[in-house]
Ligand binder design. Sequence first.
Ligand code: NAD
Length: 433
Amino acid sequence: MSTATLTPRPQTEVSTPPRPKQPRHFDFNRITDEQFLEAAEHMHLDEEVRQLLLTPYRELIVQVPVRMDDGKLSMFHGFRVQHNGVRGPYKGGLRFHHQVDLGEVRSLAALMTWKTALVDIPFGGAKGGITCDPSKMSRAELQALTRGFTQKIDMALGVYRDIPAPDMNTNAQVMAWIMDEYGKKHGYTPAIVTGKPISLGGSLGREEATGRGTMIITREACKAFGVTLRGAAVAIQGFGNVGSWAARLLAREGARIVAVSDVHGGICSPEGLDIDAVTLHVKESGSVVDMPGTRAIDNDEILMLPVDVLIPAALGGVIHEDNAGDVRAKLVVEAGNSPVTPEADRVLRQRKARIVPDILVNAGGVTVSYFEWVQNLQQFRWSLEEVNTRLEERMMAAWRHVYEVHQTQKLPLRVAAYVVALERVSEATRQRY
Ligand code: NAD
């Protein structure tokens, strides 16, 4: 969720956005299906439930034409996938990215089903995406795109049906446009999206919630696996909403953030970066690169640093079979979705590196989204302290449950997390059918 990408910028050239189905070096669906099946095998999950949970409930592919600033009409493709709703309304973010395709959105929707079950909130899983490059679009074009997409998927949305939220390259402003567009037809409905601006009914603490959840789980994983967080070396790939908040909150716990990066490149300082100064530099320049007093590194090198904790907080599939052998971190904490492919997972397991899985690490965002939805339905605002206390309780309960399964059943943390989530979803499924 970044604000930088949504600031208006002069439009010099409008190119036709790429069509969906871009060639990728990995397949998102395969990642989440393999992760699901490993846990399903372990639990001896019956075939009927397996098939129900492997298949999404509903997939929408829509065409969104937008009249661009230069007067030309551009055609965009948007997706909304509702994976599973047995435990409650569909819930999941909306991503703007030039590589978004149906497979990626389908896979991210499934992750949301496991995530909401793992932190035990009454939601199912969904995800949305629009294939576009927001860095090349003006604010007016992004607004038109968001409103057009909202109209096209309106029939699948609803306060008790499907509630979008921000994800990569979308933010509170995009949620405000969705709420406003939905409201034109249905009347004032703040609970239709979460991650809204505070002035429109957003929750205190939502912006930093995913980073805060990442900090809580990193802190607990460090305790469990013998890493002293105070002074521990931490590298973070991705300095957007999740990465920057995780950096700030971990630094407050005494961790040494030795490297951070964004799409333009990375910076490194063995003594530890001043995260407030880096944040200011990003605000002024749009990137972490060229931060005075730091050494430049690239986005491959940051993954190979000899650190205690590596936090991939950007794109999926960044740790794969070709580079996993070079990852030297003791703990890999997946703040982004699907950063480690199944092949890389096996390599890291052999090397005894601990991988703390995405469905646990980044569940803080959807947890506070749930709090926002509850506050909207009650027309009652909670204090920041109340939000943070309840988030801490939920994240700790999920961590304890996963860690217990990891220890008692001798399972990797990822499989343990899936087992906890799958037990809840499969139980609800059986009771419905
Ligand atoms: P964001 O758009 O705010 O930030 C993304 C960051 O990643 C930016 O710093 C960007 O420059 C960087 N980036 C993009 N491409 C990169 C590349 N190729 N190499 C290195 N860095 C790159 O997005 P966000 O909301 O922080 O989301 C980050 C990840 O966390 C995503 O995987 C998202 O699905 C996941 N996530 C986000 C939330 C949330 O509440 N925002 C919740 C759960 C999971």
